[in-house]
Design a protein around this ligand. Structure first.
Ligand code: ZN
Length: 584
């Protein structure tokens, strides 16, 4: 079925830009499995990616400053009730500290691991142009020694001696740090963790060594098609846009080139840290067995001292896929593995602020549907594709994409133009049908059901994702924002649909068959590709496709989606029939 969601995509890009230790390779591949699974299995975890609020002024991100100002003018901690799933037996409390730092406390008396995470709302899209990878490098260096615990290995050693571990990732606009540990050692581990945001050392001696760690991480990524394709898409966008940057970095960008230019990387690192690591763009989540009041004390005692520099969360007004400069292109890419993919991308505006109505979810639900009349069922009937993922993909604050990604068969790769044509036929059918409130109601019920009956999350990944979400949703909605649909906004669906047209498309076809044609090389990963303009006649033909309602139409209504989960009272008379009866 469908959809995709951005949470999934987010996971993917997150991993792309992650850092870290010896398990990185494994982590990347397992996340790719996650991506593939949720792509196949419909409504993945949550409805959409990260995002902000209704009006810019209220938005989680945009409000960092005002939340900070409100909290500090009050001079104390502001406490917030957090809405949770009725079946969630954890206790929650939201806080905004006097310095604007957003905090989610999670008390779980049954947990077998405690955990904490801190998200800084800045990532490698803010790297200085001459130092690609600096934010990621900062993420590596932050872990290595603090005033209070100067030994570089102290943190890792403490965690591994007490049944835990740590990790972190850097994406385009986030740097996210997290750990877990046996519950009785939470406070001691948390004290070590807190020092990274109070007094990190960034020692000179660790600098050279960590450049090597970043470099070997990059070398591992070079073999991965996911990383290669991701960077190629960045490479071919607006050359002036921050989205184009090489976020991981390697020894060339963090050592050799700067050395040649007389740039002192460690000084730049300190500058980056002092500019961006500000409490008003940080969000923290802590999960432990302790009662909420104890967790609150643990946090306020340490994190109230983090400096508030009143930083603005970065924002990009322009989409890195400009129309017409980067649209109307067909890209042929040679993968390392024997893949056959078709990726169709449309630049759209940032849908995150519309998370309550999520037009991207609505459209992803239909485009990714697998039932009768769906795009995928027709493509499978023709033997051209085996899976399809469609939906919004978060870009960064200010811009986004809508994507349709397909796994093609050997036969399918010979019919790319016809497949694209079918995609546009489906889009046309959607436009002609107009937004349907019953479809939204179905999505809403399914999301609600998923939220009510979601599995209990593992502490480490849960605190990491909660700290990320705190950057986008108002505290009250920190747990519901990525799940629930509460507002039907058909005009927003129409607005997005108007962007899903041949004049606003970028297409990539990925297959080893293109080896001979691919004359260009992406500089960081060495990916071979060829980019061509899509001929005007082809665009016109796609513009003029007719609806084909006999094969492509809206799904039938699904009357079996439950929305009442209350238990039925036992009949006191005992008149319940002894055998099942057919009710329909
Ligand atoms: Zn790393």
């Amino acid at each position: 079925m469908l959809l995709t969601l951005s949470r999934t995509l987010l996971t993917q890009s997150t991993v792309f830009l992650s850092s870290l230790g010896p398990f990185r390779a494994q982590e990347v591949s397992s996340s790719i499995l996650v991506l593939a699974r949720s792509a196949m299995s419909s409504h993945a975890p949550a409805k959409s990616a990260a995002k902000s609020e209704k009006t810019p002024a209220e938005s989680g991100a945009a409000s960092s400053k005002s939340a900070a100002a409100a909290a500090s003018s009050a001079g104390k901690v502001r406490k917030v009730e957090v809405e949770k799933s009725p079946n969630d037996n954890r206790d929650y409390r939201g806080l905004v500290l006097g310095n604007g730092l957003k905090v989610l406390l999670v008390s779980d008396t049954k947990t077998d691991k405690s955990a904490a995470a801190l998200d800084v709302h800045v990532g490698h899209m803010r790297d200085p142009t001459e130092l690609p990878g600096l934010a990621h490098f900062c993420e590596h260096m932050l872990f290595l020694g603090t005033d209070k615990y100067p030994d570089e290995n102290e943190y890792g050693k403490f965690l591994s001696q007490h049944g835990g571990g740590s990790n972190a990732y850097t994406s385009g606009e986030h740097t996210n740090y997290y750990f877990d540990v046996s519950p009785q050692h939470l406070e001691a581990a948390f004290d070590r963790f807190a020092q990274f945001f109070l007094r990190p050392l960034f020692t000179e001696s660790a600098t050279d060594r960590e450049v090597k760690a970043v470099n070997s991480e990059h070398e591992k990524n070079v073999a991965s098609d996911n990383w290669r394709l991701n960077q190629l898409q960045h490479h071919l966008c607006d050359p002036e846009h921050d989205y184009k940057k090489f976020g991981t970095g390697n020894k060339e960008t963090l050592y050799e080139i700067p050395k040649g230019k007389g740039i002192k990387v460690r000084e730049e690192l300190l500058k980056f840290h002092s500019q961006w690591y500000s409490s008003n763009i940080m969000a923290l989540t802590i999960l432990g067995k302790e009662p909420l009041d104890d967790l609150e004390k643990m946090v306020t005692e340490r994190f109230t001292a983090v400096e508030n520099k009143n930083v603005d969360v970065p924002m990009w007004e322009k989409n890195p896929i400009r129309n017409p400069e980067e649209t109307g292109k067909m890209l042929y890419v040679v993968p390392v593995k024997n893949l056959r993919n078709l990726n169709i991308t449309f630049p759209i505006h940032d849908l995150q602020p519309h998370y309550r109505s999520s037009p991207g979810h609505y459209l992803g639900h239909l485009i990714g549907h697998e039932g009768k009349g769906s795009l995928l069922s027709e493509l499978k009937r023709r033997g051209w594709a085996s899976s399809l993922v469609g939906g919004q993909k978060h870009g960064a604050r200010g811009f986004g994409f809508f994507i349709v990604n397909l796994d093609l068969s050997e036969e399918g790769i010979k019919h790319v133009d016809e497949i694209v044509s079918l995609v546009f036929q489906y889009m046309k059918m959607l436009r002609m049908s107009g937004p349907q409130d019953w479809v939204f109601e179905e999505c809403k019920k399914i999301c609600n059901m998923q939220f009510q009956f979601k599995d209990k999350e593992r502490p480490q990944s849960y605190v990491s994702s909660c700290s990320h979400d705190l950057q986008y949703y108002p505290m009250e909605e920190a747990l519901t924002g990525s799940y629930l649909l509460t507002e039907w906004r058909p005009e927003l669906v129409e607005e997005v649909m108007d962007k899903l047209v041949p004049d606003n498309v970028r297409i990539a076809v990925i297959a080893q068959e293109f080896e001979d044609r691919a004359k260009e090389t992406e500089p960081w990963y060495g990916t071979k590709y060829l980019e061509e303009d899509i001929p005007k006649e082809k665009i016109s033909a796609w513009n003029e496709v007719e609806e084909a309602k006999d094969i492509l139409h809206l799904p039938e209504k699904n009357e079996f989606i439950p929305d009442d989960f209350s238990l039925v009272d036992k009949d006191p008379e005992g008149s319940v029939p002894p055998h099942p009866v057919i009710i329909k």
